[in-house]
Design a protein around this ligand. Sequence first.
Ligand code: ATP
Length: 272
Amino acid sequence: MLEVRNVTRVFGSRAAVDNISFAIDRPAFVGIIGRSGAGKSTFLRMLNRLTDASAGQMLVDGRDVLALRGADRRAWQSQCAMIFQQFNLVPRMDVASNVLHGLLNRRSTLATMFNLWPRTDIERALQILDRLGIAEQAPKRAEALSGGQQQRVAIARALMQDPRIILADEPIASLDPMNAQIVMDTLKRINVEDGRMVIANLHTLDTARRYCDRVIGMRDGRIVFDGTPEQLSTGVARDIYGADAGFNEAATSTAIPTDHEPDRSYADRMLA
Ligand SMILES: Nc1ncnc2c1ncn2[C@@H]1O[C@H](COP(=O)(O)OP(=O)(O)OP(=O)(O)O)[C@@H](O)[C@H]1O
């Protein structure tokens, strides 16, 4: 499905991403972990074509998405929707309109300016909000919602694009543990129920272990680990984070309360 071949991105004299290669052959839930500055965001931004690569290829079903230009590049961007730490909603706009803006690439500027949407699009936006458990928030301004609700609106906006891949750049870094769990459960649901690949940059080990089928560890722009959550031992984590023997995993924990286990049926169905 996705093959990353020798991808590099240089800023000035320094490689933020340094000759990385890996392949993902099914719509898995992939976590990318590593300390700040390891190159995680740069990688996602290259895949989404928000940042150009200096070298390499990213093949999706055999087609190099790094080489796409113009309309083809925009079409690819709607195929791999991006979710950000700070939600990136329009704060004063109502929730339903924020979701409808996921269709921006496909609509005329004029229709968008006047907020004119076909009935079928509006119904679909409301269905998606309903699916994510926030239908009653549709008429409210985005800024009136909690962080966790806003991130679910951002996920709804991404789903409006009907993407094949969802890229999430530290999607829970601004959320409290309970909302973090709701957002991660939502991403897992979309991954398993819809068969959409999710690639998420995560800053906490416990989240990576809990939700991912595969974890990629980056350090100084390179891949230093690529395996299953079970293989992600404390020693491996210490290496990824470049920490010394005093490395404490709790420092990378979201401390999700253990009395709120995620719904394991998603994972069980995935593994069946
Ligand atoms: N536009 C840019 N111009 C110059 N340097 C950049 C730019 N974007 C990223 N970098 C540098 O590239 C390196 C990797 O940054 P990147 O944001 O990809 O790391 P990260 O692992 O996502 O870290 P964080 O979790 O802090 O976002 C850093 O040294 C950063 O300073």
